[in-house]
Design a binder for this molecule. Structure first.
Ligand code: ADP
Length: 128
C-alpha cells in the first residue's frame, strides 16, 4: 500500500482552480481520496480524475460539485488474495487500508490493484 502520509488527497471544499488542476495533472494519479473537510481525516469517497476531462478551470468549483465514487475500507490484516478478489468484483480499484479500530480515522494508506499485483508477484510495476 501507499502510506497515508504519501497519499495525495483533497477535501470536499478544495477549490479546483487552475493551480490545483495542474498539480493533479502533474501528479498523474487516476483516483484521489477525498476528506470531509480540510482538518479531517474522515474519508468520504474518491474523485476520479477522468471526471475533470471537460472541466473548465475558470469555474473554480469545489470538489463537492463532483460526483464522488465510493472508497471502500479494507482492514490491514486482509490478505492480498482477498483484496484481489474484492477488486475483481469491479466495484472499486482502490481501497483505504485502516487499522482494526475501524473507521477512516484509523487510515493507514491506500491500496490499488497495482499494489496487490506487485505484492503477489514480488516485483514493482513501472507504469508506462
Ligand atoms: P494510477 O492509475 O493513479 O497510476 P495505480 O492504481 O496504477 O494508480 O497505482 C500506482 C501507485 O500509485 C500505487 O502504489 C498506488 O498506491 C499509488 N497511488 C494511487 N493513487 C494515489 C494517490 N492519490 N496518492 C498517492 N499514491 C497513489
Amino acid at each position: 500500500m501507499t502510506p497515508i502520509q504519501d497519499v495525495f488527497t483533497l477535501s470536499l471544499n478544495s477549490v479546483l482552480d487552475k493551480e490545483l488542476v495542474h498539480k493533479i495533472a502533474r501528479l498523474g494519479y487516476s483516483r484521489i481520496p477525498v476528506r470531509e473537510c480540510d482538518d479531517s481525516y474522515t474519508y468520504i469517497g474518491m474523485l476520479l480524475v477522468k471526471s475533470l476531462i471537460s472541466y473548465d478551470v475558470n469555474e473554480k468549483l469545489p470538489v463537492s460539485h463532483f460526483q464522488l465514487s465510493s472508497l471502500p475500507e479494507i482492514y490491514s490484516e486482509t490478505s492480498c488474495l482477498d483484496i484481489l478478489n474484492f477488486f475483481q468484483e469491479g466495484k472499486s480499484h482502490m481501497a483505504m487500508v485502516s487499522n482494526n479500530q475501524g473507521g477512516y480515522g484509523g487510515a493507514l494508506g491506500v491500496i490499488t490493484l497495482e499494489d496487490v499485483i506487485e505484492g503477489l508477484i514480488g516485483e514493482e510495476i513501472v507504469d508506462e
